[in-house]
Design a binder for this molecule. Structure first.
Ligand SMILES: Cc1cc2nc3c(=O)[nH]c(=O)nc-3n(C[C@H](O)[C@H](O)[C@H](O)COP(=O)(O)O)c2cc1C
Length: 274
């Protein structure tokens, strides 16, 4: 995909000189020439496309908002209320079409200073299962040389490690699809960028009737698991931000009450709450 370039697509004949592009530009790359037209500084431009997105006249060649279906906020909230971590999958695969649809939000995901550069490695079916069996094998090896007990005692994960060594895949849980989200380390918001993209994919999965769980254990183990770095094919300078396991849930679940959280500052009046 080529980088968005306002000067390349701007059509002066459609411009109404309203000045909105200058107002919304986050990096002051738009200036106003004496003729009442915008000009764009490619050295400052971060290619975020906001000039085009907010131009009321469509002077940057983008179609009107009606080309994208409106989405009800209520249905999005319902998705969030219904979502639960899925740790048991029905054994079926995620199709190519499903994977393509699931990953589509990565291309719409915001990144700090529009640095982009996100990369996703999808482990599917046998490759995904192999990630889990790799951990079981490692736990067995550690058991054989007496290190499993010590590691369990040191980290407080004894019972978990015992179950792994006995053959249960408690880390990847036989998920048919495992997604590793990478982001360039050089980006000032690298970690958040990758986590935001994974969150959008989690939401898309939910909308598609799929289940997910965030795999914090895999993310932590990534630097020490032999082979993972290589098989994830991450380029140098990329950081693993999130690991999301995806599949079709084996069981339905009930909505449960929300968790505790805190609103700092003035409280919301009782009558405003639904
Ligand atoms: C950053 C993060 C890392 C997580 N890592 C794991 C994990 O390694 N294994 C796992 O089974 N669940 C993991 N989870 C899922 C949490 O355990 C789960 O979100 C929590 O129990 C609440 O349940 P819910 O997802 O159904 O709301 C993780 C969740 C988050 C947000």
């Amino acid at each position: 995909m080529s980088r968005f370039s306002p000067e390349a697509v701007f059509d002066p004949a459609s411009c109404t000189s309203c000045g909105r592009c200058r107002l919304v530009c986050p990096v002051s790359a738009v200036s106003w020439d004496p003729g009442g037209r915008p000009s764009f500084d490619p050295r400052k431009c971060i290619a975020c496309g906001h000039c085009a997105a907010f131009c009321p006249a469509g002077a940057f060649g983008c179609p009107g908002p009606s080309c994208v279906e409106p989405c009800s906020g209520d249905s999005l909230l319902s998705l969030m209320k219904r979502r639960r971590s899925t740790r048991f999958f029905d054994g079926s695969s995620i199709s190519d079409a499903e994977l393509a649809r699931l990953l589509e939000p990565v291309g719409w995901s915001p990144t700090g200073v529009n640095a982009c550069g996100l990369a996703v490695r999808a482990f599917r079916d046998t490759e995904a299962l192999a990630l889990g069996t790799g951990i079981v094998r490692t736990a067995r090896l550690l058991g054989k040389c007496g290190l499993l007990r010590i590691l369990g005692a040191l980290t407080g994960t004894g019972p978990f490690l015992e179950r792994e060594a006995a053959g249960e895949d408690l880390v990847f849980r036989k998920a048919p699809l495992v997604l590793f989200f990478f982001s360039p380390r050089r980006s000032p918001t690298s970690l958040s960028d990758g986590i935001i993209a994974a969150t959008l994919v989690m939401t898309a999965a939910e909308a598609m009737g799929l289940g997910t769980f965030w795999n914090g254990v895999a993310r932590t183990l990534h630097p020490v698991m032999p082979g993972w770095r290589k098989s994830s094919r991450a380029r140098p300078g990329m950081r693993l931000c999130a690991v999301l396991c995806v599949g079709r849930p084996a069981w339905g679940c009930r909505p449960i009450p929300p968790r505790d959280w805190e609103l700092l500052g003035p409280s919301i009046p009782e009558k405003a709450r639904v």
